[in-house]
Structures are given as C-alpha cells and as structure tokens.
Design a protein around this ligand. Structure first.
Ligand SMILES: C[S@@+](CC[C@H](N)C(=O)[O-])C[C@H]1O[C@@H](n2cnc3c(N)ncnc32)[C@H](O)[C@@H]1O
Length: 184
C-alpha cells in the first residue's frame, strides 16, 4: 500500500478516535445521573417553570435553590422575579451554559450556580426549594429536607410526590409543601 494511503488511514482513524472521545467526554455527565442518585436532564417547560415559582409564592429578596438546576431556567426565572436564586447541578456543561445564560439575561449576582451534588448542598438558609427529580430519589430527598429546612420553607416539586408528605396545593403536576416543625 502506498505511504500516502497509509497516512490517510491513520489521519482518519485518529480523527474518528477524537470524535468518539469528545462524544464520551461530553455525553458522560448527561448519562451518569441516570445510574446514580439523581434524575437525568429533562428541562421543565417555560409555563411549568413559572407555575412552580407562582405556587411557591416566591417573593423578591427571598432565597431559593433549584436542586439539579439543569440549564438554569428556574434559577434565572426566580432571579428575574427579584429573588436571590441558586442552582446546584452535577453536569459541568449545564453549569457553563447556565452561567452564560444568566449573563445574557442580565440577572447579575441574583443568580448563582454551583457544580456539584445536590446531596452536599446545605439547605437551612433557603425560603423556597424547587426540584424536578425522579421517583427513586424522593424518599431520600424527603429525609434531607426534613433534617435541614427551616419552618415556613416551601418545597415545590415538579411531577413527583414525596412519599410521606401531603401537598398543601397542587397545580397541573406541580406540588407545594410547606415545612412546619421538621416536616410539612
Ligand atoms: C429533570 S432535570 C431538571 C432540570 C431543572 N431543574 C428543570 O426543572 O428544568 C434534573 C437535573 O438534575 C441533575 N442531577 C442529577 N443528579 C444530580 C445530583 N446528584 N446533584 C446535582 N444535580 C443532579 C441532572 O443533571 C439534571 O440536569
């Protein structure tokens, strides 16, 4: 075989390996949460996002956190309402996107994001917690919220119930819980 053809094969092989490696590096953070203690990336719709914040009666100046903040849409919508909004997200690509999006929308320091596990986020200072989780994590999350949230804190869940809590309000697949002493 001519050296030129061999070189061409090597270049094509290296390019294919690079594409494969990039795909693995990019896609892994999207796939891993499905096997761990979290939900995969499925964003809430625009109307659902607004419904979650309406149901949580989020007020300007209040502190809210979205656990598993995805592309940052709930955090940014909360910051646009004047809240001090924070997102915790395990996927570094989504964190980069959320930060850029927050900059584009001009919400300034009212929106912040941390790349890491929602299980490591201290929740005691928040007035409103939003979550769009999955059935299997709701029991464990319920215990974390009971242990950490202050009385009067509101928890808004998209699509999934907590196993031992009764919602005080429900609107089209969004559930509101209000903490009393240790639980709703
Ligand atoms: C169903 S999406 C919800 C995204 C966003 N909250 C929304 O409603 O548009 C769940 C998000 O949680 C993230 N996630 C999964 N496990 C996590 C964990 N242990 N800690 C932080 N984020 C996690 C996923 O990467 C995904 O972006």
């Amino acid at each position: 075989m001519a050296p030129f053809v061999i070189a061409l094969y090597v270049v094509v092989l290296v390019l294919m390996l690079l594409v494969l490696l990039s795909a693995v590096v990019f896609l892994t953070p999207f796939v891993l949460p499905m096997f761990g203690r979290g939900a995969p990336y499925v964003p809430s719709g625009r109307r659902t996002t607004e419904r979650m914040l309406d149901l949580g009666e989020l007020k300007p100046g209040e502190r809210m956190v979205d656990l598993g903040s995805g592309d940052g849409r709930i955090v940014i919508a909360a910051a646009q309402r004047g809240a001090q909004a924070h997102g915790v997200e395990i996927n570094p690509w989504l964190i980069c996107f959320s930060r850029m999006r927050a900059r584009w929308t001009g919400v300034g320091t009212r929106a912040s994001f941390r790349c890491g596990s929602l299980w490591a986020e201290p929740l005691g200072a928040y007035d409103v917690v939003t979550v769009y989780g999955l059935g299997p994590i709701m029991g464990k999350l319920e215990r974390k919220l009971e242990a950490e949230l202050k009385p009067g804190a509101r928890v808004v869940s998209h699509a999934f119930h907590f196993p031992h809590w009764l919602p005080v309000k429900e609107n089209d697949g969004v559930f509101l819980y209000v903490m009393k002493n240790g639980r709703p």
